[in-house]
Design a protein around this ligand. Structure first.
Ligand code: ADP
Length: 530
């Protein structure tokens, strides 16, 4: 559905305004710093999902909600700038960290917590409170509590609201089966019921400040994380926050106290820690499931890859057996051909088995390097010439030279370059040119292998260096492999103090780069080069 740019801005500004107005009703410190501030999460998700261009929606929404609540013009303007910068900076930090919205990896949850929830929110709290101070709304003595309320309110926006938008904007991996859908509805009802009971009850054991009923929430959230992953968890956390806050403001439930701002402060600390805990748990569960799925896929592909050469070897041997019983001259000639085929198939098996052994060495941290000093240009030429002998389909050209000797494991570096060359050929079936470029800088050698083939999408570029990862593509591009080569190659580069990375565009081709240090400080130079 097409929605024009101005309509998108108007929708964002409207959402920001109304959720902000709602947040400001909760006994905000100094009238503006509220502990419940959903707009922060909405703003961050909007910029991450639709791009920075929507920033005016945040600026307008934030200005109006504060101005119409009574903030002087300049103070409302200051607050609006702070809120807009907070969202832009949060989105920028997450994009830089190559954050994935599905929150299915632990690192993404940690990025959301640290970069967006904790760091970017410092901007809005600081600029907002400063604006209120200069407008005379916040006195010197109330700066600290106002700032803390502001920060916590924004933080919770990013911990509870943003995850719902971010996670649910992704297409689900698999549709729920009808049995799972029934379970989901059942869990939803139980969660709402239990939360409603917990947050309306003030059941306490006399003389003890502990609220035993509150803990019932945890096993439920654990189940949700295990069974429904981040999709279920983000919704469950949202429901928990909604029920908890709406009851606490009505002076109900375990967090209700004499002063609403204090009750909310304790409640928000509880909600913050709960959401950090369960977002983390759900991501770890998803990572485990992903690994399990990859392992299963790997076993299927590996057994197929191992079986194919074995089946061929067996049939060649059967033919050879027949031929050699009473051989004619012609049969002896063809037997030699079959023997060379057997040899080729055994080579294929050896490569697969060596890769498997390398992966297990890498995972055990036992990939050893036998380093010596050797001429790099000669080494590259040697590998390329040898490789060229084994292929008629592509022409490989070398551009540039390094005129350097390097200290490294010649065998492993050969494996790295060969892997890039064989991928370049494998994944450019309709093109016939591969370019290998080498260049030396003061402390580092840069090598690139460029093909003009099928390319790799941005999404897949993030994963191709992981063990056993293979791009799932159209059938025509499904090419035999086990997804081990690039992981091994990148480990070899890393073990030499270098880095391997890719730049690629779908249907235009890929260029894989790797650096090798000429001395230990070269990593810095590599960074300044890129
Ligand atoms: P394999 O090639 O055995 O599947 P790799 O680890 O070498 O495993 O590569 C992982 C994935 O990266 C491949 O499945 C392929 O989809 C993608 N890939 C690697 N090199 C290229 C390339 N030059 N062009 C396009 N895709 C590539």
């Amino acid at each position: 559905m097409y929605v024009s740019y101005f309509t998108q801005i108007a929708i964002l500004a409207g959402l920001y305004f109304f959720t902000g107005k709602f947040g400001l009703t909760f006994d905000a410190a100094s009238g503006f710093a509220t502990l419940v501030w959903p707009p922060t999460g909405i703003a961050l998700s909007a910029l991450l999902l639709f791009g920075y261009k929507l920033w005016p929606g945040i600026a307008i929404g934030a200005f109006l909600v504060n101005f119409l609540t009574g903030a002087p013009f300049l103070a409302a303007l200051g607050i609006s700038i702070g809120n807009t910068l907070e969202a832009i900076f949060g989105a920028y930090l997450l994009k830089k960290a190559r954050f994935q919205k599905s929150l299915e990896r632990l690192r993404d949850v940690i990025f959301l917590i640290v970069l967006a929830a904790c760091i970017s929110t410092l901007i809005s709290a600081s600029i907002g409170v400063t604006s209120l101070f200069f407008a005379g709304i916040v006195s010197f003595s109330t700066i600290a509590p106002t700032w803390i309320s502001w920060w916590i309110g924004d933080m919770l926006g990013n911990l509870i609201i943003a995850p719902v938008f971010l996670v649910w904007s992704n297409r689900p991996r698999a549709k729920l089966t009808s049995a799972q859908a029934v379970w989901a509805v059942f869990f939803g009802i139980v969660l709402i019921f239990v939360n409603s009971v917990v947050f309306t009850s003030t059941f306490k054991i006399e003389g003890y400040p502990i609220l035993p009923l509150l803990y019932i929430v945890f096993p439920l959230l654990i189940w949700v994380s295990f069974i429904f992953g981040q999709r279920g968890t983000t919704l469950a956390l949202f429901a928990l926050a909604f029920i908890a806050i709406s009851n606490t403001v009505q002076s109900l439930g375990p967090f209700a106290g004499q002063k609403l701002s204090r009750s909310l402060f304790i409640l928000q600390s509880f909600l913050g820690i709960t959401s950090v805990t369960f977002l983390t748990l759900a991501s770890v569960v998803s990572e485990r499931k992903l690994l399990e799925r990859r392992k299963n896929e790997f076993i299927t592909v590996a057994s197929h890859e191992l079986k194919t050469p074995i089946t061929s070897i067996k049939s060649y041997i059967q033919i050879l057996q027949k031929h050699l019983q009473n051989p004619t001259k012609k049969q002896i000639a063809s037997s030699l051909y079959f023997l060379s085929q057997v040899n080729d198939q055994i080579d294929k098996l050896t490569i697969i088995i060596n890769d498997l052994l390398d992966i297990s060495k890498i995972q055990a941290g036992k990939l050893e390097l036998r380093k010596k000093r050797f001429d790099f240009d000669f080494f590259v030429k040697n590998i390329v010439v040898n490789f060229q002998h084994s292929t008629d389909s592509h022409i490989i050209t070398i551009e540039g030279e390094t005129k350097k000797k390097i200290f490294g494991d010649e065998y492993r570096l050969g494996q790295l370059l060969t892997n890039l060359l064989s991928n370049a050929i494998k994944y450019s079936p309709k093109k016939d040119h591969i370019i290998v470029k080498t260049k030396s800088y003061k402390n580092v050698i840069l090598v690139s292998v460029q093909d003009f083939g099928i390319g790799i999408s941005r999404e897949d570029q993030r994963n191709i260096f992981e063990p056993f990862f293979q791009v799932r593509g159209k059938k025509e591009y499904r090419i035999a492999g086990l997804g081990m080569g690039l992981h091994i190659a990148s480990e070899i580069a890393k073990r030499h103090g270098g880095t391997l990375w890719v730049e690629s565009a779908v249907r235009k081709g890929s260029t894989f780069y790797f650096t090798l240090p000429l001395n230990s400080s070269s990593q810095k130079l590599y960074r300044s080069y890129t």
